[in-house]
Design a protein around this ligand. Structure first.
Ligand SMILES: Cc1cc2nc3c(=O)[nH]c(=O)nc-3n(C[C@H](O)[C@H](O)[C@H](O)COP(=O)(O)OP(=O)(O)OC[C@H]3O[C@@H](n4cnc5c(N)ncnc54)[C@H](O)[C@@H]3O)c2cc1C
Length: 459
């Protein structure tokens, strides 16, 4: 595939300084110490930390498409403290200490992405402006206030999570209907594809071999195979997240859920004066069906909404710009900022993220076989992949550290249901979320719909 043939997976790819020239595929046989499947952030950070710790370690990264082609080159660029499933650790007194340690490590991971990318000369437009979450109706505000109270109750400080009344919120962002909300400094906005592509180039310059256009067909103890080659390695690590269901035997391990994004044209200073977001805080409201936005380094709004599942764990890498899902995402952006109704949407894209049956990410590593796997970030992987990569590198080096004792290491999740149950369940839960959101936006409590959504969308 040449650069001309390469189709851009997202605005972020179109915004790269140079067009993507796919690297050569794996041809023939190779021998390495560590073979990593997938060049998203998980695979790249794992290679990065292994290489930092053991420069002599022979590492290959084998990618089906190009580095960053998956969620890592398409996401909303929230490098955020949040870790999917953390609530189940924090609410259980027996698990709380471990949950708190993991949460603190996630705060640090947000900074580490900035530190490591700067130290590596990877300019990914990292700006640590924090995150703003708005309550846009009374019931939404109440749920948010409860979540805030819980976090403070677990011992997190005002410096970690600050409650803002409507005026204080409006000083930072003028989101329509915001009655108040939370500010946390533990989030940076970044340009996702610049981070993925930059990391791949950096590790390659340090001796890691990156093969692109090489879908891995089988993974076994000591080896992986593609259509045109085979690598033998003592350690073989699967970092394929939402795409894992395409590999034999993993059809029900991770559910690929799609998230959809739009980006506006660059907006003039007058618009920013009106809507705020100075310092590039990321922003969302507290609806159940998820929203996320950032002000980009070139002054666009990039905004997303989540929630599409395709029958049989179908994965779509490219979308028709007329896909109705984009109308929903655009309409939601206009709910936040109605004055943008005449602003042009220049880019529309979507991508698959991976969700386990209990919505908890996992880092599996078997020191006897050298086989490892990581994933299931449930749409919260930009910072978490960094922590996961550091942890997996330590596991591969057979080290015992605080990180290797975290709750997600060797955490088992049961399989998803077979079809058609998986599809029916996902449609039903999504509808419940939409009904709950609609009720709350009218100022009513979500009632049973909200309870059902909360019970199923996180367990
Ligand atoms: C639209 C969207 C918005 C998001 N927004 C945010 C956000 O703002 N903040 C946040 O924290 N998270 C967000 N996420 C989630 C986040 O992007 C992911 O959690 C994270 O990028 C996962 O990284 P990864 O390396 O594990 O997976 P991926 O980036 O998906 O990488 C997996 C790679 O493996 C490759 N691969 C798959 N199968 C094979 C195979 N058989 N052989 C070889 N290679 C293979 C794929 O091509 C892909 O490049 C979002 C996700 C999406 C889709």
């Amino acid at each position: 595939m040449s650069a001309e043939e390469f189709k851009s997976p997202s605005f972020w790819f179109s915004d790269l300084d140079a067009p993507v020239e796919p690297r050569a595929p794996l041809e023939g046989d190779g021998q390495f110490d560590v073979a990593i499947v997938g060049a998203g952030y998980t695979g790249l950070w794992t290679a990065y930390y292994l290489n930092q710790r053991e420069p002599g370690c022979r590492i290959a990264v084998v990618e089906a498409e190009t580095a960053g082609f998956g969620a890592s080159g398409r996401n909303g660029g929230w490098c955020a403290y949040y870790y999917s499933g953390i609530e189940s650790l924090l609410t259980d007194p027996n698990k709380r200490e471990r949950g708190l340690a993991l949460q603190r490590a996630m705060f640090d991971a947000v900074d580490e992405v900035g530190r490591a990318s700067t130290a590596s000369g990877v300019d990914c437009d990292y700006a640590k402006g924090g995150v703003l979450i708005a309550g846009r109706s009374q019931p939404e505000l109440e749920r948010l206030r409860t979540a805030y109270g819980e976090m403070r109750g677990y011992g997190f400080a005002e410096e970690d999570f600050r409650w803002l009344d409507a005026n204080a919120f409006a000083e930072r962002a003028r989101i329509r209907g915001a009655l108040g909300g939370i500010f946390s400094p533990h989030c940076a906005a970044l340009q996702p594809a610049k981070l993925a592509r930059g990391l791949a180039s950096f590790i390659e310059a340090r001796g890691v071999v990156v093969f692109e256009q090489s879908p891995v067909r089988t993974i076994e103890k000591g080896a992986l195979t593609t259509d045109r080659g085979r690598i033998r390695a003592d350690n073989v690590l699967r970092c394929t997240e939402g795409y894992s269901c395409r590999l034999p035997g993993l059809e029900r391990a991770i559910l690929p859920l799609h998230s959809m994004m739009v980006a506006t044209e660059p907006l003039p200073e007058a618009v920013w004066k009106e809507i705020g977001l100075q310092g590039r805080p990321t922003f969302a409201d507290h609806r159940r069906t998820v929203t996320y936005g950032q002000r980009t380094a070139d002054d666009r709004l990039a905004f997303g909404t989540r929630g599409l599942y395709y029958y049989g764990s179908g994965i779509r890498d490219y979308f028709d710009p007329g896909d109705p899902a984009f109308s929903h995402t655009h309409a939601t952006l206009l709910e936040f900022f109605p004055s943008l109704s005449d602003v042009e949407i220049t880019h529309r894209w979507g991508g698959a993220l991976g969700v386990t049956r209990d919505w908890m990410p996992f880092i599996q590593f078997d020191a006897r076989t050298g086989l490892g796997a990581v994933g299931g970030y449930a749409g919260n992987g930009v910072a978490a992949t960094n922590l996961a990569g550091r942890t997996l590198a330590e596991l591969v080096l057979r080290e015992t550290t605080e990180r290797t004792s975290f709750a997600w290491v060797n955490h088992p999740s049961r399989k998803w249901e077979p079809e058609p149950l998986r599809w029916l369940g996902s449609q039903g839960v999504r509808r419940m979320g939409e009904w709950a959101d609609a009720a709350e936006q009218k100022g009513r409590h979500a009632g049973i719909f909200g309870s059902i959504f909360d019970a199923f969308a996180s367990h």
